[in-house]
Design a protein around this ligand. Structure first.
Ligand SMILES: [Zn+2]
Length: 61
């Protein structure tokens, strides 16, 4: 789970995980109640986002 992620833009291994909340949360269309924070793993060197992950995908089923 903890393998190093390397930035594909600058090659840095310095990555952090942040999150999209509030206005940045992903909402299911036409169902405002169904939303989830989105985790974003990004490079602290250049800001490139390596990946995005919806934290609670089961809410969208
Ligand atoms: Zn980078």
């Amino acid at each position: 789970m903890n393998r190093d992620k390397v930035c594909s833009e600058c090659g840095s291994k310095e990555t952090r995980t942040g999150e999209f909340k509030g206005y940045g949360a992903l909402f299911k269309k036409k169902a405002i109640i169904k939303c989830s924070e989105v985790d974003a793993c990004f490079c602290v060197n250049c800001g490139f986002i390596l990946n995005l992950k919806v934290r609670n995908p089961e809410k969208f089923l």
